[in-house]
Design a protein around this ligand. Structure first.
Ligand SMILES: Cc1cc2nc3c(=O)[nH]c(=O)nc-3n(C[C@H](O)[C@H](O)[C@H](O)COP(=O)(O)O)c2cc1C
Length: 126
């Protein structure tokens, strides 16, 4: 089943941008019935639909564990969408969220995630 998340983009702390993977962050309720982890997704912004990699969780590597977010890195998009409503369609589960020893490890994992998500879209032929 495809899970859909709707919300407005809030300001993060721009670490993603420094890592080379800027993210649109959307708060999600703790009760939302979806497993934390990384997903292949499509994200609707305004009238456009983008492929994306999305992390659902509490960001144990950089966060204080407070708050649950959907963080979407949109492929082929680099704009300012703070405050805008987006819809995220979770299509394929890639891996669980985990705590990394540092930002270099996280950056390497994000590069691998991107490859995995590209492969997902190639395989399903979307
Ligand atoms: C595809 C993807 C996978 C991620 N995986 C993890 C993870 O396994 N562990 C973690 O602590 N954070 C993970 N994150 C969250 C990043 O730590 C976070 O996006 C980054 O620190 C930027 O946050 P900011 O937008 O608030 O600056 C992931 C983010 C993305 C987009």
């Amino acid at each position: 089943m495809v899970h859909k998340i709707r919300g407005k983009v809030v300001r993060g702390n721009s670490i993603g941008r420094k890592l080379g993977f800027p993210t649109a962050n959307i708060p999600v309720a703790a009760e939302m019935p979806v497993q934390d982890g990384v997903y292949a997704a499509e994200v609707r912004v305004g009238g456009a639909l983008y492929r994306a990699m999305v992390n659902i969780g509490t960001r144990p590597t950089v966060g204080d564990g407070a708050g649950r977010f959907a963080e979407a890195n949109l492929f082929g998009f680099d704009g300012d969408i703070y405050g805008e409503p987006v819809a995220i369609f979770l299509l394929g589960y890639i891996r669980p969220e985990r705590r990394f020893a540092g930002l270099d490890e996280l950056r390497r994992q994000l590069a691998d995630d991107r490859l995995a998500v590209v492969k997902y879209f190639n395989n399903v032929g979307l």
